[in-house]
Design a protein around this ligand. Structure first.
Ligand code: N5H
Length: 257
């Protein structure tokens, strides 16, 4: 396991704190020997990240600022990665956003602005970063994003994010076809509910955890480390025959009717 990603340069987008799914992924990739490059948007998450890396004795190859809402910021970030690191072999996209007041109540109350914001940050961002990253993946590569069951089924309160995740998963398939000819794969992990900063304060979250414990074949919730190991599988050559796929890491919850 230690050597699975030796000498591989992997970009991780979306660490906000120690509860982030992207942090679970970071630990799995680090344990597999990867060189890690991080992107973050805010000073606050930069400070959190540097502290976490220090506490866990993980050395980042590079940390760059990247606001996925801004084309120039994406282009600057990947130019800096190209300049300072060169070739990359993997990219982890663990970024999403919707207005909190639109993650409850009626979906038909979603505003035009809120709908477009969720699509922009949670789905288009994968398209934009794939375009930038593929230029650096000259030895082939693997791109992995994070989704949730609310894209496939109506899940109370997920609303505008469910539609954005449906768009994200369709983007995974269209991107997989585009970049497959360059030896680049694109896949998604669909995690069960996990208590992260993004999930904090959203309506009905605790009930979702309870339903997994009650109904999922494994009768327990998943954690960031389990998503991390599944993402490691996708990033590594172990999954070399798989692209355009959505893998559920949810204790089997999605198979239950
Ligand atoms: C059915 C559910 C519960 C209801 C929906 C939750 C959706 C959460 C996803 C989005 C991305 C959360 C979000 O954008 C919150 C923001 O409005 C406010 N929070 C922030 O700005 C924090 C500080 C930062 C770190 O967050 C972001 N996004 O930048 C779904 C749950 C059972 C599963 C779940 C929580 C899925 C998911 O997509 O994350």
């Amino acid at each position: 396991m230690t050597e699975l990603l030796k000498d591989k340069n992997i970009v991780v987008m979306g660490v906000a704190n120690e509860r982030s799914i992207a942090w679970g992924i970071t630990k799995s990739l680090h344990n597999a020997g990867a060189n890690l490059i991080f992107t973050n948007r805010q000073e606050r998450s930069y400070k959190k990240l540097t502290k976490l890396l220090e506490q866990n004795d993980i050395e980042a190859k590079l940390i760059v600022t990247c606001d996925v809402a801004d084309d120039a910021s994406i282009s600057n970030a990947f130019n800096e990665i190209k300049e300072k690191v060169g070739v990359i072999h993997g990219l982890v996209h663990a970024v999403a956003f919707a207005n909190r007041d639109e993650l409850k109540g009626d979906f038909s109350d979603t505003s035009r602005e809120g709908f477009l914001l969720a699509q922009d940050i949670s789905a288009f961002s994968l398209v934009a970063v794939t375009k930038a990253a593929k230029e650096l993946m000259t030895e082939g590569g693997s791109i992995v994003t994070q989704t949730y069951l609310g894209s496939e089924k109506v899940i109370p309160n997920y609303n505008v994010m469910g539609v954005a995740k449906a768009s994200l998963e369709a983007s995974v398939r269209y991107l997989a076809e585009d970049v497959g000819k360059h030896g680049i794969r694109v896949n998604a992990v669909s995690a069960g509910p996990i208590r992260t900063l993004a999930a904090k304060g959203v309506s009905g979250f605790n009930e979702k955890l309870g339903m997994v414990e009650e109904k999922a074949p494994l009768r327990r919730n998943v954690d960031q480390d389990q998503v991390g190991d599944a993402t490691l599988f996708f990033i590594s050559d172990l999954s070399r025959g798989v692209t355009g796929e959505v893998l559920h890491v949810d204790s089997g919850y999605h198979i239950i009717g």
